[in-house]
Design a protein around this ligand. Structure first.
Ligand SMILES: Nc1cc(-c2ccc3cc[nH]c3c2)n[nH]1
Length: 241
């Protein structure tokens, strides 16, 4: 099954990067199909205008609904289809999570709508909700200048979970936030040389004693999670608060 990814943006060149690295390989393998579009291709005035002043006043500019609607008609179609996932990155969206990435990794089609200026006329999102499955998502509590960087991050989080994408699917099991880690942060990683600039790999990891190694790793995950992400800990870990 090929996953089709479309990106609508006034800066489509942001998505040229998807032709390289792992994503490039996936595209070559036919796992993923990437199409970036310039929203200005659906304007009709000499200045290719995509924005206007906000109704009700206020600073900055808002993206006009017309170009989005015409782009949707051409790129997605004019018939409702709940199998199409339309993502609007937004500071006011729901936090994007690993479980959301997991769910989206089985989608046949994802369309990323990358806003700029102060944002997109809300009727665009309302119209999209009437037609497709819409996700308004935030990457975190900080403000970007547009949705493109968020779309790239979401793309990477989703595509790496597509079956057949990662060479070694086992590596997915032991990551932070992956279900296998019980929602704990990943333990510290080490490789050779055993001693480097006076810093040594923890002895337990060189002991060959798998039980001790597993315990050390679990203890480190719990310690790190309590220190850095108390929001992820709950009474079920049996972790002393
Ligand atoms: N998590 C997060 C998303 C954004 C974002 C997303 C889209 C637009 C469009 C104009 N400014 C934007 C900012 N900032 N931070």
């Amino acid at each position: 099954m090929t996953m089709r990814l479309d990106y609508l943006s006034i800066f489509p060149a942001y998505f040229d990067v998807l032709d390289i690295s792992l994503l490039g390989k996936a595209a070559v393998n036919g796992l993923v199909e990437v199409h970036a579009h310039d929203l200005r291709d659906w304007t009709h005035d000499r200045h290719r205008t995509v924005d206007d002043t906000p109704c009700g006043g206020g600073a900055g500019m808002v993206m006009k609904p017309d170009p989005w609607g015409e782009a949707f008609d051409e790129i997605i179609g004019t018939e409702p289809d709940s199998s199409v996932h339309v993502i609007f990155p937004s500071p006011s969206g729901a936090p994007f999570t690993q479980s959301a990435a997991q769910e989206l990794s089985s989608a046949v089609r994802i369309v990323f709508c990358c806003g700029r200026y102060e944002g997109i006329d809300h009727r665009v999102i309302d119209y999209a909700r009437s037609m497709w499955t819409v996700h308004e998502v935030s990457l975190g509590d900080y403000v970007l200048n547009g949705g493109e960087v968020a779309a790239l991050a979401i793309t990477e989080a989703v595509v790496r979970l597509v079956p057949g994408f990662m060479g070694n699917p086992e590596s997915l099991a032991e990551e932070s936030f992956s279900a296998g880690q019980d929602g704990l942060l990943e333990y510290p990683l080490f490789t050779r040389p055993v001693s480097w600039r006076g810093l040594d790999v923890p002895e337990v990891l060189m002991s060959g004693h798998h039980g001790r190694i597993a315990k050390w790793r679990r203890d480190e995950s719990v310690r790190l999670t309590c220190e850095r992400r108390p929001d992820l800990t709950d009474s079920d870990f049996g972790v002393p608060h």
